[in-house]
Each structure stands twice: as C-alpha cells, then as structure tokens.
Design a protein around this ligand. Sequence first.
Ligand SMILES: NC(=O)c1ccc[n+]([C@@H]2O[C@H](COP(=O)([O-])OP(=O)(O)OC[C@H]3O[C@@H](n4cnc5c(N)ncnc54)[C@H](O)[C@@H]3O)[C@@H](O)[C@H]2O)c1
Length: 446
Amino acid sequence: MARIAIFGAGYVGLVTGACFADLGHEVVVRDVLPERIERLRAGEVPIYEPGLEEVLERNRDRISFTLDVREAVDGAEFLFVAVGTPPTYSGDADLSYVWSVVDGLPDEVAGRPVMVMKSTVPAGTGERVRARLDARGLTNVGYVSNPEFLAEGSAIADFMRPDRIVVGAYDPADADAVVQLHSGIETEIVRSDVASAELVKLAANAFLSTRISFVNEIANVCELVGADVVDVARGVGLDHRLGPHFLQAGIGFGGSCFPKDVTALKQLAGNSGYPFLLLQAVWEVNELQKRRVVQKLQHRLGGLRGRTVALLGLAFKPNTDDMREAPSRVIAARLLAEGAEVRAWDPVAQPDDLHGVEICDSVLEAVRGVDAAVIVTEWPELRDLPTAEVREAMARPLIVDGRNLLDPAAAAAAGFEYEGIGRPTRSAPGGLNGKPQPAPDRELQD
Ligand SMILES: NC(=O)c1ccc[n+]([C@@H]2O[C@H](COP(=O)([O-])OP(=O)(O)OC[C@H]3O[C@@H](n4cnc5c(N)ncnc54)[C@H](O)[C@@H]3O)[C@@H](O)[C@H]2O)c1
C-alpha cells in the first residue's frame, strides 16, 4: 500500500483522498485553509457530496489532514495535485494554485515521488511543471497527468467505477506506478503522452457541453415549429451511435467545470493559432439559453417590473451545493435588473452572495404570493411541485420549468400555467381556478 499526499481538500481532493484510503492506501490531505482543515480533523465534511462523509468516517485511521507541506510530502510516494484551476478574465485557465503547489514543495524531497496532476489543466502544462521542477533541482520528482472525470453528486461512485483511467507520463515507470495505485478498480486504462492526457479531459468536457448546447438549440427550434424536444431527444438518443446522455434540454450548463473547460480549450486553441469556432458557438448558445427563461417570463407576465418570481433550485445541478457558474446566478441578476423581486429556495445550497435575493427555507415560503415560479435545478423534491397548496399560495400559478422536470399535462390538470423548454405550452383547463387570468401576451412561439 502506498503513502499519498493530496494537495487540495475540495471536491476532487477529498473524494480522491477518501477513495484511495478506502482502497487501503495511507493518505494525507493538505489544504491552505485553516478552517477547512480544522473541520475535517473534527470529522466534519466542508462540502456536500453524497456518501463522502461515510467513506471518510470509515477510513479515519488511514486519512489525515494538514496545513503543513512537509507533513504531507515526507515519505509520500505520490503527490496528487487537486487544486482549483478557475478561469481568468481572458478565459485561460488560472494556474496560480498549481504553481503554489509546485513552488511550495520543499527544496529537497527524498526518494522518487510522482507528482500526479488531477486538476484540469491546458495541454502543455505538464511540460511547464516538469521544467519548473527541474529548475528547482527536483529532478527526482516524477510527473504524470491523470485527469479526473468525476461528477459532483455521484463523485464516489464515479471514482470507484470510472469509465476509464487516463494516465499520461514522461517515464513509463511513473505511469506503471500510478496504474498500480488504482488496483482494485476495474476499468479501461488509457496510456498516453502527457499532452494527450491533458487534452482528453478538456475535449471530453467540451464535447459534453456541445451536446447540451446542441439539444438546447433543437429545443428552441421545437418552440418555433410546435415540436416537443423531450420526444425529439428520446428519438435521437436511442440511436446507438449517439446515445441518450446529455441530451436534456434546459437552461444551459453551469458549474465549476464545463464553462471553464470550454473557454480553456477555446483559448488554448486560439493561443496556439487555431480559432475553435464550434466552441465559440457552444459558449454563446449557453449564455443565451440562460437568458431565455427571463424572456419567457417577460412574455408571460407582460414585463417584470414589480413582479415577484421564485427561483426553485440554486445549485448548478441537483445533489450538490456547488454554486460556481450556476445559471441561477445569471437568471437572478437579470430578473433583478428588470425590476422583479426574487425569492429562492434550494435544499442544500445556501449562498450568501446572491445580493438582493431573498433565500427561503421552504418551497411553500418561496412561492407565496409570487407571479411565477421557475424550476432552475431539477431537485427530485420539485417533482411534486404542482399541488393545490402551491397553486393556492401563488398569486399567479405560472410555472416555468427550466429543466423539463414536470409532466406538462399533469401540471396543467393541477391548475397551473406551464411552460417548459422546447415543449408546447399548457394552460390550466377552464382557467386558473379563480386566479387572475394572464394578460394575452405573445407566446415565444409567435
Ligand atoms: N469539481 C468537479 O466536479 C471536478 C471534476 C473533475 C475535475 N475537476 C478539476 O479538479 C480541480 C479541483 O476542483 P475542485 O472542484 O475540487 O476545486 P475546489 O475549489 O473545490 O478545491 C480546491 C482546494 O484547493 C485548495 N488549495 C489551493 N491552493 C492550495 C495549495 N497550494 N495547497 C493545497 N491546497 C490548495 C483550496 O483551498 C481548495 O480547498 C480543478 O482543476 C477542476 O477543474 C473538478
């Protein structure tokens, strides 16, 4: 069993550490945030990730947490880098946290530890890290690119049962060591050079994002021609050459990975002399898609000034508390800018930086007296939204379903006006149960 140091106690670092400990390895996780380390030492988990607490708990004697680089590095055979690589203003990846790890290593490190890059970095980063290690005299430290594909919300299962493990190395012995470290996990291994491994990760995320923007554009066409994107996507996805994944139309992608990885790959290509036009379009479609919900509300409500809107779900997707690049941020900001009052509810995410938005403790509290409710995140709890209680609580029972979570016919039958994404709109049969009738606004399809 190996001794592993992990730099970064975030979503990737903690899941990686917990899972390697579960595989029997001895793990030390290092972070720079004292509060985070204190909480972890006290047995608390600073992020919401289903199952993580249990895995950490049952491996308490094999995993420790520290602020001290020496404590992490001493005796470690692997130095995993799992720090953030957020976008800069130019759209390039910000590698400053990666450099803080490389530059923060002690001047002398015993043995031959392998630095393993789990953070998502542009192709070419490995070469720069290798050069920087060499310049520091740390030629005995190996380097391997081993990108991470886990998805928040299912991270433990994704780590333990991945579709593949990608290992890009300069020295085949380093690659062997990293592959060996994963024994106990049954999957395909993709061995490559370092630049190719780096590009696998960016290409995979860019391709998933492309599918989302593609189906969102199909949804927008559906609205114009009277088709239902849910049926269209099902018909398309059953083609074995295409598959059903990432064909759910909605309000666009967000999160800490897709947006930044799309721009990072676009920038990487552009900086290398190739304008990646497809990704430019993927990005623009996504930006417009987030705003379409606001347009739908404008059309339905005949303007937003003085209206009250409930945003249901804030996290960028269900089963996480991650608010990074969440579409809810853009929608809330647009609604506020148009003069609407905004209430919001999320079962897990409790952001304190959504200025001007009233965060509510329950769905019922959020929808009381509102002119419309928007399903922003498809939390399972919201499947039961169209109840008589909710309908009675709303000033106008209008649901804009940004994730096509609900059955339109059932929502209409329950007395709601319903509008999804790329689906025919629905009105409640026989009016809106004594609620004020909608102004005869144009539908988006007009
Ligand atoms: N979150 C995901 O779903 C996911 C999935 C696959 C890949 N990735 C990639 O993995 C990387 C990490 O993502 P994340 O979501 O876990 O980030 P995160 O922001 O949740 O965690 C990063 C942690 O690194 C710490 N840190 C910063 N500098 C440090 C240093 N010098 N030493 C030790 N710790 C340091 C931060 O304090 C923070 O706790 C990113 O490159 C991301 O693109 C993320």
